[in-house]
Design a protein. Structure first.
Length: 85
């Protein structure tokens, strides 16, 4: 069984792909199909560039999202238990 080689992209390529998503008003999934990329890769690049512009990190943003989700779950005592993931 052969191992798939991980593709790497230059920072310039990533920036241009993200700019295409932001300037066209199209979804990352639509643009990624056109570029031959997996949709989740381009979505992640868009999110990372957005947090870089805002001065934060993607990891910090995900952590904050997790805390917000936990808080929302705690406010709903009648709901089923929330998943920690």
């Amino acid at each position: 069984m052969t191992k798939r080689q991980r593709r790497s992209y230059s920072d310039e390529y990533k920036r241009q792909a993200v700019d295409l998503v932001l300037s066209s008003g199209r979804s990352a999934k639509s643009v990624s199909k056109e570029l031959g990329l997996d949709g989740s890769v381009l979505s992640r690049w868009v999110a990372e560039q957005g947090t870089a512009r805002a001065g934060g990190s993607a990891k910090r943003r995900r952590s904050r999202q997790g805390r917000l989700a936990s808080a929302a779950c705690a406010r709903r005592p009648d709901a089923a238990p929330c998943s920690p993931y």
